[in-house]
Design a protein around this ligand. Structure first.
Ligand SMILES: *[C@@H]1O[C@H](CO)[C@@H](O)[C@H](O)[C@H]1NC(C)=O
Ligand SMILES: *[C@@H]1O[C@H](CO)[C@@H](O)[C@H](O)[C@H]1NC(C)=O
Ligand SMILES: *[C@@H]1O[C@H](CO)[C@@H](O)[C@H](O)[C@H]1NC(C)=O
Ligand SMILES: *[C@@H]1O[C@H](CO)[C@@H](O)[C@H](O)[C@H]1NC(C)=O
Ligand SMILES: *[C@@H]1O[C@H](CO)[C@@H](O)[C@H](O)[C@H]1NC(C)=O
Ligand SMILES: *[C@@H]1O[C@H](CO)[C@@H](O)[C@H](O)[C@H]1NC(C)=O
Length: 284
């Protein structure tokens, strides 16, 4: 002999192609045995893309443990058995990959897709190796929308409804068994404002409109209601449009009765819905 080499690598799983993997930080026990007369010299050798390292030898048994697997211990582990008299050699090479799941929970978000009224839900779960898989479902009910490596799913028109909830489950080969998940809920905007405002001729007035709940965030516009079609107000020397957190403000400078008295409309719109409220401005 030797006619065979028996290799045992513990605490790892196997991929379909026979490659083994271990979770980062875990302990992996290696052992190798063979038989020959005289007893063979057993030797372990480790080969990573950037390094090569012998792990010692023993006449009949060679075992060792790596206590804290790390990325630089990913590579090929070869055990060879050599008959020191005849020089006959047998060896077995096992590729061992070191995997880890992303450190934090996945994050779900809603983004604008190609068109202005199309949305996509996106799931990010970075920092793991290899990349995780994502499954998007519609909740409640768990209707499966799609399964991908990318984690991005385009919503169709019938799914763009207020209150609709989508769940992403990220699964990783060495991650939590049940996966890690996050949810997003689509919300159309809600508006809060004062129904009436007063301005003195030559003075200034600020109309405020508070948007809440909108997901994804809403676009806010101010309009004059008395012209048809409704005309969108742009910032000018007479009108200042500002944004202060969730509040949008329209400041009218140097109020005049003929020009400025009337209805103003605050409009908030996202892909899920649109809300409008009227504000009456009287000029005294
Ligand atoms: C086996 O599969 C893994 C994951 O796809 C890959 O990284 C590895 O190189 C493969 N090994 C061989 C020997 O094909
Ligand atoms: C080889 O390993 C076995 C088991 O670990 C040990 O009992 C033996 O002393 C070792 N032999 C040599 C020569 O190191
Ligand atoms: C192991 O060896 C094979 C064949 O030489 C090589 O393709 C592969 O990249 C090696 N694996 C690692 C992790 O270095
Ligand atoms: C939109 O998606 C839902 C759920 O994935 C599906 O049942 C429906 O047929 C789709 N509608 C269109 C018009 O693609
Ligand atoms: C109105 O606002 C303008 C610009 O901020 C300022 O210059 C002006 O003094 C204000 N007028 C009154 C009456 O407060
Ligand atoms: C305010 O408006 C009046 C009438 O519209 C105009 O005569 C006056 O010049 C304006 N004042 C300023 C500071 O723009």
């Amino acid at each position: 002999g030797p006619y065979y080499v028996a290799v045992n690598i513990s605490s790892t799983g196997s991929l379909a192609n026979g490659t083994r993997y271990a979770a980062k930080g875990s302990q992996v026990d290696f052992s190798c045995s063979s038989a020959a007369r005289p007893p063979p010299l057993l030797e372990w050798r480790f080969q990573a893309p950037s390094s090569s390292e012998p792990f010692g030898n023993n006449l009949t048994v060679n075992s060792f443990s790596l206590l804290l697997m790390s990325h630089n211990l990913q590579g090929n582990y070869t055990c060879s058995a050599t008959n020191v008299l005849s020089g006959r050699q047998r060896k077995v090479t096992t590729e061992l990959l070191v995997y880890w799941s992303p450190p934090a929970a996945p994050r779900c978000s809603v983004e604008a897709s190609s068109g202005p009224s199309t949305l996509q839900v996106a799931c990010r779960w970075d920092g793991g190796y290899p990349d995780p898989d994502f499954l998007w479902t519609e909740e409640p009910g768990g209707l499966i929308m799609g399964n991908s490596k990318l984690g991005v799913q385009t919503l169709n028109q019938s799914q763009l409804m207020d209150g609709k909830t989508f769940k992403c489950v990220g699964s990783h080969i060495v991650g939590p068994q049940s996966g890690a998940s996050c949810v997003v809920q689509l919300r159309s905007p809600s508006l809060l404002t004062e129904p009436m405002k007063t301005c003195f001729v030559g003075g200034n007035v600020t109309l405020t409109c508070q948007v809440s709940g909108a997901y994804p965030s809403a676009k806010i516009e101010w309009l004059r209601d008395f012209t048809h079609p409704k005309s969108v107000i742009q910032s000018s020397s007479h009108h200042l449009i500002g944004q202060n957190g969730p509040n949008s403000t329209l400041t009218i400078l140097n109020c005049s009765q003929d020009l400025d008295e009337g209805y103003y409309v605050c409009r908030a719109e996202n892909a899920v819905g649109m809300r409008e409220v009227d504000i009456w401005l009287s000029v005294k």
